[in-house]
Design a protein around this ligand. Structure first.
Ligand code: PLP
Length: 361
């Protein structure tokens, strides 16, 4: 896939961009350009274009509006100490994008093309990459079904696009989030789309998120669909439990059963925790084990992880069955150690021994 560049004739003024990059928030300001590539069943992928950021014009009968064929990714470019810019594991995002596409019958985009498109956008927008620890340029690749017509079948046309937004710290890591354990709603069931990063999963999650807010909680925790007992994820993030304390601690995460989204942060933490000398384990944890573990002190820390927030400490958990508090409700030591280590690798201040960083410009 070749990429044609059509520079934006009216980019954001330097002073405004500098102001946005200094106080980025999350998903508030978008860069000057976006990437767009079209696919159709007969000729495959056309050349991509990097052009001015702006509205997309679609026929109201475009299939994405009716049957929700949409997938996306979330990834970040980080400023390095020498001023260069590097992506974190972009090939892993590309591989997951392929799997998500296959699950919702969208066309597969080769990983090399995916990574190349992301890199070219980052190169063009390098001035938009913030430099403080925890800040980044957040990239949002996505794909939608664009065939016009109301027949229910896989679209024979699709559009791939990438937009970029400077991002500050998503959650305040100083304060643990409170969670509502939902037994009423489920995120995913075996055979469904839980493993795919598709917009529909998020649509299905919003009501439970509203319920969590009504219960005075920041986030919802998802349980398995059958027994409503086994802990899966928190909102759009994976979960970790620290069992034991200090050097003997085991870093535990729910295993990928087919209903969890295989997070790249989750996967990276399994390696980082081992590098730091901890034992790691993937398995099943029930809500009773969560309750009893925090009551006895065996579970000493809980955190959630994902690209946007990196790591967010989890404190109080509420459910229809009661309220359980982990530790003193503030972020744990091991949580913060893993968070700082991962952020150090991403920002180039800690050696990247797994070859995760890909320098772009
Ligand atoms: C994106 C996502 C995650 C986190 O994945 P990362 O690759 O670590 O960003 C976890 N759960 C859900 C439901 C997600 O959509």
């Amino acid at each position: 896939m070749k990429i044609k560049i059509k520079p934006n004739p009216n980019p954001v003024k330097d002073a405004d961009r500098e102001r946005f990059v200094a106080e980025p928030g999350f998903g508030k300001y978008f860069t000057d350009h976006m990437l767009v590539a079209e696919w159709n069943q007969n000729s495959g992928w056309n050349d991509a274009e990097l052009k001015s950021y702006g509205p997309i014009s679609l026929d109201p009968a475009a299939m994405v509006f009716h049957y929700g064929q949409e997938i996306f990714e979330g990834m970040k470019a980080y400023r390095q100490p020498d001023g260069s810019v590097a992506l974190f594991r972009p090939d892993a995002n590309g591989a997951r994008f392929m799997r998500s596409a296959a699950r919702v019958a969208l066309p597969e985009l080769p990983v090399a093309d995916f990574v190349n498109c992301v890199e070219e956008l980052v190169k063009l927008e390098s001035k938009w990459v913030p430099s403080k620890i925890g800040e980044s340029l957040y990239l949002r690749p996505f794909m939608i079904a664009t065939e016009v017509g109301l027949g229910v079948r896989p679209s024979n046309k699709a559009m791939f696009s990438i937009i970029a937004t400077p991002a500050g710290a998503y959650f305040n890591a100083e304060k643990a989030v409170t969670v509502w354990i939902s037994t009423e709603y489920v995120r995913a069931a075996q055979g469904g789309t839980g493993e795919a990063k598709c917009g529909g999963n998020y649509a299905a999650s919003l009501l439970a998120q509203q319920e969590a807010a009504k219960q005075g909680c920041d986030q919802v925790v998802w349980l398995d669909a059958i027994e409503r007992r086994w802990v899966e994820e928190m909102g759009g993030m994976n979960l970790y439990f620290v069992r034991g304390q200090g050097k003997d601690a085991t870093i535990f995460t729910p295993k990928l059963t087919g209903t969890l989204l295989p997070g790249i942060t989750r996967d990276s933490i399994l390696s980082v925790a081992k590098d730091l000398g901890y034992k790691t384990e993937e398995g099943m944890i029930s809500i009773e084990e969560w309750r009893d573990g925090v009551a006895s002190g065996e579970i000493s820390e809980i955190f959630a992880c994902g690209t946007a927030a990196v790591i967010a400490p989890v404190g109080t958990a509420k459910s229809a069955k009661g309220t359980w508090i982990t530790g003193d409700g503030s972020p744990g030591k091991i949580t913060m150690q893993i968070r700082n280590h991962l952020l150090g690798i991403q920002h180039g201040t800690i050696a990247d021994k797994h070859g995760w960083m890909r320098k772009v410009c």
